[in-house]
Each structure stands twice: as C-alpha cells, then as structure tokens.
Design a protein around this ligand. Structure first.
Ligand code: NAP
Length: 336
C-alpha cells in the first residue's frame, strides 16, 4: 500500500520533505499540498508533486479522504492548529520542530493525543536518527560508566538580521535540548545562561556567544556553547564525561589533506548538509509507522518537554546568571 501524504507548508523544508517522499523514500507519495502562500504551493506542486491536489487550508487537507497522513512544515506558530486537526481526524502526523511555539500549545497536543489513546505524532527532532549520535548513545550506555558532565557546542558561521537573542534557544539550542535528554535518558531540572565577551561579528539584536548551563534530575551538569557568528563553519560538538571514560560525537567524514605544509580537512558551512541523512531516516520511519496507523520516533511528550525547557532557557536569558527551575508534570502512560 502506498501511504498518501498531505504536506502543510511548502517553504524550504516542506519542499525538501516533498522531494524526499516522492523521489528518495519508499512507501509513500504526496497527494495533497497546502500553504497560505498560493504562489509557493503552486510552484512546489509543479516542481515536486504534479499529481497532488492543492487544498485551501491545512484543516481541509487533514480532513481530506485522499490523505492518510500529514506532514506539517508551515511556520512554527501554526504547527499546533494543524497537528490538532490531524489528531481530530485520527491521522498520523509528522510535525517539524517546534511542536508548538508555546509549552501550553504543546501540552494541548499531548492532551489530545492521550485522549485519542494511540500515538499519532512524530516531532522532527532528526538528530536522534544521526549515525554519530546513535554511536555516541551506545557508548554512553555501555562503555563509559555513569555520565557526569556534558560539554557541547552549536556553532553557525553567521545568522541573518532577523535572528534575535531568544532564537538562540528556540531555533538553535532546541536541538541540543532534545538530543541531550535522549542521549542521557534524563530530564532537566534547571537552566542558567551566561554571556561571555561579545563577538564583534554579531549584529546588535543578538547576544553572541552564550553559554547555557543545564542540570539534570540525576545531577549531570551540561554546558552548551551557542556561537552563531563563529565565522569558520557549522560545527556541532558533544563530549560526554563518564565515571570510566569520555566519549565524543564523531565529526562528519571528511578527506584529510596534506598540502602547503598543513594537515587539513574541510568543515561544513551549511546546516542543511550536516544532518542530511537523518532527515531521510526520520521520514522513512514516519512512513513505516504511519502505514500502521501510528507514529514512532520523538513523541509529542518530547515536543512538550522541549517547549517547557526552552521557555526556561529563554527566561534565564532575560535574567543573566539566575538559575531558573524546570518542572514537568508526570509523563502520561502513553509515552512510557
Ligand atoms: P519557510 O521557508 O518560511 O516555510 C514556511 C512556509 O509555511 C511558508 O511557505 C509560509 O508561507 C507557510 N505558512 C505560513 N503560515 C502558514 C499557514 N497558516 N498555513 C500554511 N502554511 C503557512 O520556513 P522553513 O525553513 O521551511 O521552516 C518551516 C518549519 O520547519 C519551521 O517551524 C522550522 O523551525 C522548521 N525547520 C526545521 C528544521 C530542522 O532542522 N528540523 C530545519 C528547517 C526548518 P509564507 O511564505 O507566506 O510565509
């Protein structure tokens, strides 16, 4: 059976996922598309899914008899309404991060899915599908004893003018927030943000770099450097220090060159390339589960916890140096 997918939001990542579904992955095709931007949806359809129907709204798309499962790739603030529409139809839904721009919104999705009684939602935290992070998780769980500390870094060469300080949490750190709690199988209890000396390469509305300090329930201390004008490349680092040893995320494979009296290898510059295989794997996993009427991978609960933790980090940004507690309600049984 070919899973019929409707895509809501035909911007950059929406098109990328349409291309994946129709040209790279197996078991699904895009049969419907929707976007508030009519020009965008027409072009995306013509280029990537000429047989798909253009539907007037995301809600209509979710209800369409020609759609078995939904992919939400619209602007973040609209995710909640479209995920809720898919749940109301009992259809599996893949939602790009963030699940919702507010913790309350993500909580409403958890409530709706819990009331439905079966998992339908997968959140697009693709790093969990990255081969490097998976290898690191196996080593953390089996080789280096109890984890004690994590040193991580998220560096971009530069960011556009519209990137402002809270986005360092909501758009950048959000990936570490999710992947580190998955890696450590732990939740956060507090957040603190401190600011080193500013780089002269940052524009006025973004504090850069920043250091986020997180503490987990079991007492692991995490420091994440966010440096979004680092100039030299897109670089993701993660080192876990355990009782018996230390493990680091492997760098992406790159040829090592000896030339002009230098030993060198290239560093990526575009974030789109860094986790490119993970996007394929996460969507293929979604297609497989959705064909059985359910979802796998990162849950709506993971999306909710990320939203609560992200809010605490943004609050910590606004009160430099202060420690902001992170508290979560009990996890519903559906997500155990
Ligand atoms: P984008 O290029 O701006 O695309 C978003 C699209 O959604 C635009 O076509 C926009 O129309 C449309 N839209 C806005 N409001 C809508 C509504 N009410 N209903 C339907 N469509 C609507 O953004 P993007 O880069 O693709 O990002 C989309 C989402 O994916 C964001 O939440 C982003 O955080 C997430 N994302 C995740 C990753 C990842 O690494 N997992 C990577 C990239 C993006 P207009 O053109 O009229 O605004």
């Amino acid at each position: 059976m070919t899973l019929r997918i409707g895509v809501i939001g035909t911007g950059a990542i929406g098109r990328d996922h349409m291309r994946r579904i129709n040209q790279t992955l197996s078991g699904a095709k895009v049969t419907a598309v929707s976007d508030v931007n009519i020009e965008s949806v027409r072009t995306a359809r013509a280029d990537l899914a000429p047989e798909a129907e253009v539907v007037g709204s995301g809600e209509e798309l979710a209800a369409s008899a020609g759609v078995d499962a939904v992919v939400v790739t619209s602007w973040g603030a609209t995710h909640e309404q479209y995920v809720l529409a898919a749940i109301a139809e009992g259809k599996p839904v893949f939602c790009e991060k963030p699940l919702s721009t507010t913790a309350a919104g993500a909580g409403r999705i958890v409530e709706a899915e819990t009331a439905f009684g079966r998992r339908l939602v997968q959140v697009g935290f693709m790093r969990r599908y990255d081969a490097g992070y998976r290898m690191l998780k196996a080593v953390v769980e089996n080789e280096i004893g109890r984890p004690l500390m994590v040193h991580a870094a998220h560096r971009n060469p530069s960011v556009p003018e519209q990137y402002i300080t809270p986005m360092a949490i909501q758009d950048t750190l959000i990936h570490e927030i999710d992947v580190l709690r998955w890696l450590l199988d732990d939740d956060y209890v507090s957040a603190q943000v401190i600011s080193p000396r500013r780089t002269r390469h940052a524009h006025a509305r973004v504090e850069d770099p920043q250091i986020v300090l997180l503490e987990t329930k079991s007492g692991i201390r995490i420091d994440v450097e966010i440096f979004v004008n680092c100039r030299y490349g897109y670089d993701i680092q993660c080192q876990v220090v355990g009782e018996e040893g230390l493990a680091s995320l492997p760098d992406p494979m790159a040829v090592v060159m000896r030339k002009d009296a230098k030993l060198q290898s290239a560093i990526m510059t575009d974030w789109k390339d860094r986790f490119i295989d993970s996007y394929d794997l996460e969507l293929q996993d979604f297609i497989k589960a959705a064909a059985r009427g359910t979802a796998s991978g990162p849950t709506a609960w993971d999306g909710y916890v990320a939203a609560v933790s992200s809010d605490a980090c943004v609050e910590a940004q606004s009160r430099p140096g202060s420690i902001v507690p992170i508290s979560l309600p009990a996890r519903p049984a559906l997500y155990n």
